[in-house]
Design a protein around this ligand. Structure first.
Ligand SMILES: [Zn+2]
Length: 139
């Protein structure tokens, strides 16, 4: 068994195939061998269809990121307002800053990553700054 501070296991682990909660070994990813086989066959057909096999998981992570950002940002939604959150806390909640939907630059030239209309920016002191960018969610 191996855990590191950089990669804490998410508090609620779920099966990569059916999404039901799983317990047991930390590296366990599926409820049982059926879910594992179904997962692998879905990965193979996704690959043949020109979809990256991790697409489902990455889209799921973007949705989780959005939900977390929205929850943290909802009280500070007025124009030009920003808010600061401890990065470690966000990661503990399940946030993964590697995945987002777009990039934008503010009027001061700072680059922001966005999950839809929720922008975030890692700053040096271990915090993440959050701001609202409604245009990033327009088509
Ligand atoms: Zn399962």
């Amino acid at each position: 068994m191996e855990t590191t501070l950089e990669n804490p296991s998410p508090p609620n682990r779920t099966c990569d195939y059916c999404g039901r909660p799983i317990s047991g070994r930390l590296d366990r990813k599926f409820c049982d061998v059926n879910c594992k086989n179904n997962f692998n066959s879905r990965q193979r057909s996704a690959f043949r269809a020109g979809v990256h096999p991790n697409a489902g998981q990455i889209i799921k992570q973007i949705k989780i990121n959005y939900e977390i950002l929205l929850k943290r940002q909802v009280q500070k939604i007025e124009k030009d307002a920003t808010t600061y959150i401890n990065k470690e806390q966000l990661v503990k909640d399940g946030f993964d800053p590697r995945f987002f939907t777009s990039l934008t630059t503010d009027k001061w030239g700072e680059i922001w990553k966005c999950c839809f209309d929720c922008g975030f920016r890692e700053i040096e002191d271990g915090n993440i700054e959050l701001a609202h960018f409604p245009k990033q969610a327009e088509l």
